[in-house]
Write a protein of this length. Structure first.
Length: 309
């Protein structure tokens, strides 16, 4: 077994995992070796471990490309409370039992191109800062009272011919009513919702935040139950990190009210209708949060704009 202080997760060879007769589940993960080689995971497996009388379960990535039966990563070291003493060449677990360990020098030569590239960076001078500011001012429009809708395919709710659902009204707590009314006014001003005469009706859920504001949500569970599901792939974090592992430059875009920038299909707007005590019945002109296919629609839009990742 190799105790690797540079490995985030713990790994086991395919041979040992098979001998233990444990079910190997699918996963999408990679491990970068000390020489830069990439080892792909063939799956993951949950094992029960016992160290110095401490027993726990842990998920291991499985690969037939390992040079060791087991690689103990930082995740498992933290679980067992391992403390390495590099001066005495010993390690101690939560049980406070000390064991010797034998360090292994993987290689004595390291590639430093990446370090040199980072070290060569310098702060932008005043001229460069002015140019960046000018470009941003030219490309990014000033803020407006309304939230612009993206020029992409609208979100459609397919209820497969099911008739309207009208939920029983739920009273909003008195101490949250003013905040809920203010949120409605804001959504109207931003052109995200409009007044409605829909036969459909869902109920809002108002959740107070620690800073005194509220999270305004609609309970679309009844609508979601009758909605035809969209199987478009929504990327998970493991897949995203795998695709970024060789990237040299990373950029992020923080979208303001991302879902609300996607327009609603004209025939689907009435299905989003909701009622707020003291304000009336409203429906969404943009895609609301809480719809079962909203994540798939958003991911498809991102893939169309930026290409599959």
């Amino acid at each position: 077994m190799l105790v690797d202080g540079g490995a985030v997760s713990s790994w086991i060879g395919e041979g040992p995992a098979t001998m233990l007769e444990k079910k190997i589940r699918q996963t999408a993960s990679f491990l970068e070796g000390p020489l830069g080689e990439i080892v792909k995971a063939d799956g993951k497996v949950k094992l029960t471990l016992n160290m110095d009388g401490i027993e726990l379960e842990h998920n291991f990535k499985v690969s037939k490309g390992l040079n060791y039966d087991i690689i103990m990563g930082i995740d498992l070291q933290i679980k067992f409370g391992l403390i390495l003493n590099n001066r005495e060449l010993t390690w101690t677990s939560w049980a406070d039992i000390t064991h010797p360990y034998y360090p292994e020098l993987i290689n004595e030569t390291y590639t430093v191109e990446a370090i040199a590239a980072i070290g060569g960076l310098r702060d932008a001078d005043e001229y460069q800062k002015d140019e960046i500011t000018r470009i941003i001012d030219e490309l990014i429009p000033p803020p407006t009272d309304t939230l612009p809708a993206a020029n992409i395919k609208p979100h459609k709710i397919d209820v497969e011919g099911h008739g309207p659902i009208r939920q029983k009204y739920r009273k909003i707590p008195y101490n949250l009513q003013m905040a809920a009314h203010a949120e409605i006014d804001k959504l109207l001003k931003e052109d995200i919702i409009t007044e409605s005469k829909s036969p459909w009706c869902s109920c809002p859920v108002i959740v107070p935040k620690p800073d005194g504001r509220i999270r305004f949500c609609i309970d679309y569970r009844k609508v979601n139950e009758i909605t035809k599901k969209d199987a478009y792939l929504v990327h998970d974090m493991d897949l995203i990190l795998d695709n970024l592992r060789n990237a040299e430059f990373l950029s992020t875009i923080d979208l303001s009210q991302a879902y609300h920038q996607i327009p609603m299909d004209e025939d689907s707007k009435e299905i989003t209708a909701f009622i707020v005590q003291g304000k009336g019945l409203f429906e969404y002109k943009r895609m609301p949060y809480g719809l079962t296919n909203a994540p798939a629609t958003f991911q498809r839009a991102m893939d169309q704009l930026f290409g599959p990742t």
